[in-house]
Every structure is written in C-alpha cells, then in structure tokens.
Design a protein around this ligand. Structure first.
Ligand SMILES: NC(=O)c1ccc[n+]([C@@H]2O[C@H](COP(=O)([O-])OP(=O)(O)OC[C@H]3O[C@@H](n4cnc5c(N)ncnc54)[C@H](OP(=O)(O)O)[C@@H]3O)[C@@H](O)[C@H]2O)c1
Length: 350
C-alpha cells in the first residue's frame, strides 16, 4: 500500500473563535496494526460543538500536537485480530484522521437497518439523536400536547428534537435559528410551527411573538439571552432541558445570562442539565423508536455533508459559525455519490 495517512492536530489554543491556524494536517505513512488490533480507513467523521470546548486548556481537553478524538465510522482494511474482520464497518472515537488503529474494545458494531444510511449513525441514530431523545423523554418528560421552545433549532440536536417532539405528540413547537433560510427549513420540513431569527431583536420579544401563550418545555442548546427569555415564557411546572451553551463557547468573556430567579420558585420550574454519555442505556430504545419512522418516511434526515477529509477543519469552523442545517458530517470522497473531487467545502443539505 503506497497510501499515506493524514491526522489533524491542534497546535495552539484559541481565545474566542478558533481559525484554521489553530490546526495542522500532519502526513505520515500508514500506521501498522500491532497484534490484536486492526487498521481502519475512516469514511465518515462527526465534528461537534464539544470539540470547541476541548480546544481550551481544560481537564480532559485536547492535547496539543497530538491526534484529536471524535466520533467516526470506518472500514477495517487490515487486521491482526480474529475479532476484527477485514471489510467490517465499525464505529469508534479516534476521529480527525484518515486511518486509525483500533482494538476490538475500542470499536462498536453498528446494527444495520435496511434503507438507513451510515450517516444516520452519526446523526439521528447516534449521539445527536440520542441527546434529543433523552432530552425529551427523560429530562423534560414531555407529555402529549405540551408546548415546546427549542434554541439552535436548525442544528443536529435541534432538528432531531423538533422531529421527535412531533412524533411524541408535542403541541405548539417553536424554535430559534440564525437565518431566515433555516427558519424556512424548520417550518416547511421539520414540523416547527414558528421560528425566529435570534439576530432580529431581544430574545424575550421574539419569543413572545411566536409563543404568546407561553411554553411548557425549553430545550436549550444555546444558553445566554435565550435562556433568560425562556425562563420568563415558561408556564407553571415548566421544564428547562439544559443541553448546551454554544453562545458562550467562543465568547468566554461574555457575562452569564441574567433572569429572575424568583420565577423558578413561583412557577415551580425544573432546570436540569445532562450529558448524553451518561444515557447510553437508552440507545436501543432510540433505535426501536426511530428506525420504524425512518423506514416509513415519517422521520427524515437533516444533514449537511462536507466531502473530503481535507475539509474537516473547515466543516468544524463552519458549524461553529452556523453554516450547517441539521447534523454536520464529513464524508470521505470514496463515499460521495458523485465521486467527483471538489476544490472547496461543498455544504450540501441532504
Ligand atoms: N449535553 C450533551 O450531552 C450534548 C450532546 C450533543 C450536543 N450538545 C450541545 O447541543 C448543542 C447543539 O449541538 P449540535 O451538535 O446539534 O450542533 P449544531 O446545533 O448542529 O451546530 C451548532 C449550531 O449552533 C448555532 N450557534 C452558534 N453560535 C451561536 C450563538 N452564539 N447563539 C445561538 N446559536 C449559535 C449555529 O446555528 P445558528 O445559525 O442557528 O446560529 C450552529 O449551527 C451544543 O450546545 C452542544 O454543545 C450537548
């Protein structure tokens, strides 16, 4: 094999928004699997907001000048383990590189459901979908007919939350997103009743217009001003599902949101955060819930697919700037339907 491997390293720490200069693509010869391991050619990569948090000098964060972790799907191309067969498709966390050496303990075999593409296992059936499903069923304990507000509604978690909420019988479903095009996609395709662009004014005013009678549940991917607005709009016994705080990842000096703490008491509001990694036991239930809907067409995939590993950093930076609709996934060119090389990131919405 004459092929070489590429690995993305973080080389400096950002303050504020990261740029391409914080990363380097490092070329090497193909890694050799030792006895008991296998070489995987990676085919699909997930880039996620939590990677931004790991870029900071925090416990468990990315080490500088070392390969970065991330959720990846690849194919075994050489094996020195009887437990890993050549040709097998595996899921693992050694992303941000074209090739990975893995042991059987480091991979997960994906169940294959007819008609469901591999990208779904990084999106609606993967950590993204599981976050949405756990948020609605375990944290919010959503009941039929309840009204919901979702921030960053056009992203991976936001679109999955909207689609699942519809299937679970939610009442009025409103969201926020960063552009009119995203709002349009959400109301036309995903099932949202109304969506505001959060750039258009104070969040409390914009939320008041789309949810004049208030909300029962807020699924919060953003934090900041939208969280404060939601506290004001929540009804008695309302729930806030704290999923993420992306409005603060690139603005570390921004003040935390201010809201009336008395509202939490007087309206008996419950605010609860969670990490999806503590809810892996719900994965099978997610398959049972979502796969029949995917097959029947009642559930669709919202994905932005970027072709070419060399665009992985651009895809990550673009996601932080809101250039994605739905789950952003980077695809090896061999998996591209067209197989045609593109000179720049092609953000295609599937
Ligand atoms: N708790 C968990 O276990 C868990 C698991 C997965 C994800 N998360 C969190 O869930 C959230 C969504 O993650 P995702 O993977 O689905 O990413 P995503 O929503 O697909 O992508 C991030 C989106 O955030 C929006 N955004 C960026 N800066 C913003 C700002 N200042 N204010 C408002 N919106 C902003 C952008 O869309 P716009 O164009 O709309 O601005 C962008 O598309 C993140 O906070 C992430 O950390 C948590």
């Amino acid at each position: 094999m004459n092929e070489t491997a590429l690995t993305v390293h973080q080389i400096t720490r950002p303050h504020g928004f990261p740029t391409a200069e914080h990363f380097a693509f490092v070329e090497s010869s193909l890694p050799e699997p030792a006895a008991g391991s296998a070489l995987v050619k990676n085919l699909y990569w997930s880039v996620d907001p939590y990677h931004r948090e790991m870029m900071d000098d925090v416990p468990g964060g990315f080490a500088l000048d070392a390969p970065l972790e991330g959720r990846t799907i690849g194919q075994v191309i050489a094996s020195h383990s009887p437990l890993l067969a050549e040709g097998e498709i595996v899921f693992h966390r050694q992303g941000w590189r074209t090739h990975s050496v893995v042991t059987p303990e480091e991979i997960r075999r994906l169940p294959r459901f007819d008609g469901v593409p591999l990208t779904a296992y990084l999106g609606i059936l993967g950590g993204t979908g599981l976050t949405a499903y756990v948020g609605l069923t375990r944290i919010a304990q959503l009941r039929e007919g309840e009204d919901l507000f979702v921030s960053a509604a056009a992203g991976g978690v936001g679109t999955a939350t909207g689609r699942f909420a519809r299937l679970l019988g939610a009442g009025r479903l409103v969201g926020s997103a960063g552009s009119a095009a995203k709002a349009d996609h959400l109301t036309r395709e995903v099932g949202y009743d109304a969506v505001f662009d959060y750039h258009d004014g104070p969040a409390a005013d914009l939320l008041g217009k789309v949810a004049p009678d208030g909300i029962d549940v807020f699924v919060d991917n953003v934090g900041g001003e939208q969280l404060a607005a939601a506290v004001g709009a929540l009804r008695e016994f309302g729930r806030i599902v704290r999923v993420g705080t992306i409005s603060q990842y690139n603005t570390p000096d921004a003040p935390p949101p201010r809201f009336d703490h008395a509202d939490i008491v007087e309206k008996s509001i419950r605010m609860e955060g969670f990490l999806v990694r503590n809810h892996q036991a719900v994965q099978e239930e997610l398959y049972e819930f979502a796969v029949p809907h995917l097959r029947s067409g009642r559930l669709a995939l919202d994905e932005t697919v970027v072709d070419g590993f060399e665009h992985l950093v651009d895809a990550f930076l673009g996601m932080l700037r809101g250039r994605n609709i739905g789950k952003i996934i980077v695809r090896d060119r061999t998996q591209s339907p067209s197989l045609s090389p593109s000179p720049s990131p092609s953000l295609s919405v599937n």
